[in-house]
Design a protein around this ligand. Sequence first.
Ligand code: CAA
Length: 240
Amino acid sequence: MNRVAIVTGGTRGIGRAICEQLKDDGFNVVANYGGNDDAAKQFTDETGVPTYKFDVGDHEATLAGCEQIAAEVGPVEAVVNNAGITRDGTLHKMSYDDWHEVMRINLGGCFNMSKACFPGMRERGWGRIVNIGSINGQAGQYGQVNYAAAKSGIHGFTKALAQEGARANITVNAIAPGYIDTDMVAAVPQGVLDKIVAGIPVGRLGQAGEIARGVSFLCSEEAGFVTGSTMSINGGQHMY
Ligand code: CAA
């Protein structure tokens, strides 16, 4: 039977490309989403991938959502924590709510999903968790203390959980995308974005499928010795 994979924030942008790629790889994929019902319906119509609506930043809702998926689809063996939001602004203009929402969803979502799915992976002795971090969690970014902190937290979370999962054949890795051609990046003011793209050695935005290829590798059987790592896919914008 095909392994079940959940992709959070899976109906649009990078998440959608990940769903399509993992489906091609032979996973039984389900997509979580938080709010946009129209996009979710269109996604299922076009891909055949079912969706489950819950807020990954809400602990109880996430536990209930994952329990429902396990009951209806099967035990979850791969989790891609992709759901994320931006609430950009310089610190002096940023509200507490803008700080807290980004931490709650982007970082809290990784904790909540892992709490829901990691115990079953331990019992079965196999699992794949891929957390979508960001170049801006590695390098920081003007106007993003909330997002950079949450994404940086994801990288620490990944390394800690990787140590806990290793003995049970659960790998935990992160991908740090650079600027990818999605609605999220399209929301950056054009003048600012032009300057950012000018600083990308490859000379263009990335494509969502280029992130999905990385996730595909990290979720594969053959990647069992890769854990606690961060794969940077950013066109050479940040190297270290
Ligand atoms: N470094 C130094 N100074 C900067 C700067 C930078 N990177 N960016 C802007 N500034 C300066 C501006 O030049 C400007 O200075 P002057 O007034 O002297 O001209 C000043 O800061 C204010 O800039 P803005 O006019 O842009 O200020 P604002 O309050 O209207 O907007 C902002 C601030 C919301 C942060 C806006 O600059 C912005 O959206 N920046 C882009 C942030 C970004 O990259 N977000 C990434 C979203 S995509 C994503 O996050 C996905 C991922 O993982 C990569």
